[in-house]
Design a protein around this ligand. Sequence first.
Ligand code: G3H
Ligand code: ZN
Length: 308
Amino acid sequence: MPLVSTAELVSAAVAGRRGVAAFNVITLEHAEAIAAGAESAGAPAVLQISENAVRFHGGELSAIAAASAAVARASSVPLALHLDHVVSAGLLRAAEGHGFSSVMFDASKLPYEENVRATADAVRWGHERGIWVEAELGRVGGKEGEAPLGAHAPGVRTDPAEAAAYTAATGVDALAVAVGSSHAMTERTAALDHELIARLRDAVPVPLVLHGSSGVPDAEIRAAVAAGMVKINVGTALNAAFTGAVRDFLAAGPGTVDPRKYLAPARTAMAGTVAGFLGLLGAPDGGPGSVPGPAGPRTPDQSAPSLT
Ligand code: G3H
Ligand code: ZN
């Protein structure tokens, strides 16, 4: 199956009135697990690599991008490659030539006018190269290096009229909106504002993107897709599955030295999480799914950085 474009997957999801999930890749095992989970669900998916993940790889995009693209090309279901939460202009430019069909340019920390200017430039650059561009308006909290931002704090939510103006002024292909989710949640307790989602869907002519979906319960994700959310971004839930499996394995076998022994169950656990999320989105062959619980007890990890 060739590497497909994010635009194709999102358009097909819009036409089918369903969601498409985008999962964060940090290691090769993440990419392999996303492909395995998507294959078992019989659903397409997006593999996304964030600027923070690139930083983890020493600032080098090429190796993890090449590995992810190779995994996608070998998959039996359509997979696309997306560069996520890009803040630096240098990384934006690096999207070209590494198999990325889309980029999320994140200027959400800037004041509105600066966000518009920077995002419009990024969109112009992307469209000249056939790259689909997502941007964010409002503040989805919980990003690394940020003070915690209450998802329900005033001023945090995306305003529909402003979102419509922003979309027209920037020319973005999809819009990430703040509707009650927050990044890096290890408990699935977020309550979304479904009325706001419906108002945004009516006001904004491009597909809406839900960030921080790891903290959103199954029923809330299903309702969000029914209300008009299209791209559903998931990262932390994979890391919880990965780390829970490793923790359990090493607790039972503290003498283990071969990483394959614990990376194999970690990868399997992530694949189960991927399949669970895909089953929530009305995927072509997906039945009524639910996200499996973590391998071990999932306790809030207050020090957990956002890995978006
Ligand atoms: O862009 C990536 C997502 O927003 C992931 O958020 O790690 O909270 O699921 P999450
Ligand atoms: Zn995000």
